[in-house]
Ligand binder design. Structure first.
Ligand SMILES: *Cc1c(COP(=O)(O)O)cnc(C)c1O
Length: 334
């Protein structure tokens, strides 16, 4: 099953205008939209999205994982992009209703899931620059197969020194499509050089680590877990937050801090870089086996998955699929 190519039978829509606010929530068959070429979203990118999944448990139930975090982040992004916020309980109800409507699309196979893509677009038919006065909120669903059909293989990452993804004060902490437009060039470059993803450095000094491609990033140095602090250029991942909670519950020291690239290189040279991994909804945990910095390659943990990454992966997926006890109260049955 190819990610993002197949969509379920229905979609959720809700409109906004200044008189009625968010109104007319509805579920209709999945279909094309008809929009004027002047529609604002096509010109200035006033758009945001979210991404979460619905999981089938062994007893056939369907679970969401921390959906309120996605909704909270969606409204944070809305504020930054001058899009009107949606009542969190309405947004949650919309997600639950569309998943219930297309519940047959939640796969039964192990490690499969139904990807949920809420998004909002600016819909005024106007090509002047200003916040739109009308919007469309939609949710579409796409079944996804196992991210790791052949077991978890560590990825090769290219440290990007030329292009940057985001700067503090910009929209790097928002889940906006525009961030991805800015990231494609670096991603493309890495692919051509034989790497899977880009390691983004801070946009000012190009010294500190921000994120890996579409994932947050963690390093284990001498037993201490470090991840870049949320200082405005990094997307606050739900998986990142979940990892921090779980690691702390296991007694690990977790530091949310600035992580200099040089610190990682030094730790690697001194034999103190135990593990590195990315975190995100799609892959959950993606171990980093190789880092290329300006032609010099660092191999991490013999390019094998490390014990912390493995344990986090098993724990988070175990909670998501209802196989282990949800001590944190993170799952919600649809
Ligand atoms: C969505 C996203 C993540 C991961 O967030 P999760 O909530 O864990 O899926 C990380 N970085 C970027 C740039 C993202 O868009």
């Amino acid at each position: 099953m190819l990610f993002g190519k197949n969509f379920s039978d229905h979609m959720f829509l809700m409109n906004y205008d200044e008189n009625k606010g968010w109104h007319d929530p509805r579920i209709i068959p999945y279909q094309t939209l008809s929009l004027a070429p002047s529609t604002m979203v096509f010109h200035y990118g006033q758009e945001l999205f979210e991404g979460l999944k619905a999981y089938r448990t062994k007893n056939g139930e369907i679970q969401l994982f921390r959906p309120e975090k996605n909704i909270e982040r969606m409204n944070n992004t809305s504020r930054r992009l001058c899009i009107p916020e949606i009542d969190p309980s309405d947004a949650l109800q919309a997600i639950k209703e569309i998943v219930k409507t297309d519940s047959d699309w939640v796969p039964h196979e192990a490690d499969h899931s139904l990807y949920i893509r809420p998004f909002i677009i600016a819909t005024d038919p106007f090509i002047g620059v200003k916040p739109s006065s009308t919007y469309l909120f939609m949710i579409i669903l796409s079944p996804v197969g196992s991210y790791y059909p052949e077991g978890i293989n560590p990825v090769k990452i290219y440290v990007e020194n030329e292009y940057v993804r985001a700067v503090k004060g910009g929209i790097g902490a928002s889940k906006a499509g525009a961030n991805y437009a800015a990231s494609l060039k670096g991603q493309d470059k890495a692919k051509h050089l034989g790497y899977t993803q880009v390691l983004w450095l801070d946009g000012v000094e190009r010294k500190y680590i921000d994120e890996v491609g579409t994932m947050n990033v963690f390093f284990v140095i001498d037993g201490v877990v470090k991840t870049p602090a949320l200082e405005g250029s990094i997307l606050p991942g739900v998986t990142r937050d979940s990892c921090i909670h779980i690691l702390k519950s296991w007694g690990y020291k977790v530091e949310e801090t600035r992580v200099a690239l040089q610190e990682i290189i030094d730790a690697s040279r001194n034999g103190k870089l135990n593990e590195a991994f990315g975190t995100g909804t799609a892959a959950v945990i993606s171990p980093i086996g190789t880092l290329n910095n300006g032609g010099e390659e660092i191999i991490i943990n013999n390019a094998e998955i490390g014990p912390i990454a493995k344990k986090l992966y098993d724990t988070i997926t175990g909670i998501q699929y209802g196989e282990i006890k949800d001590e944190f109260g993170w799952t919600l049955t649809v």
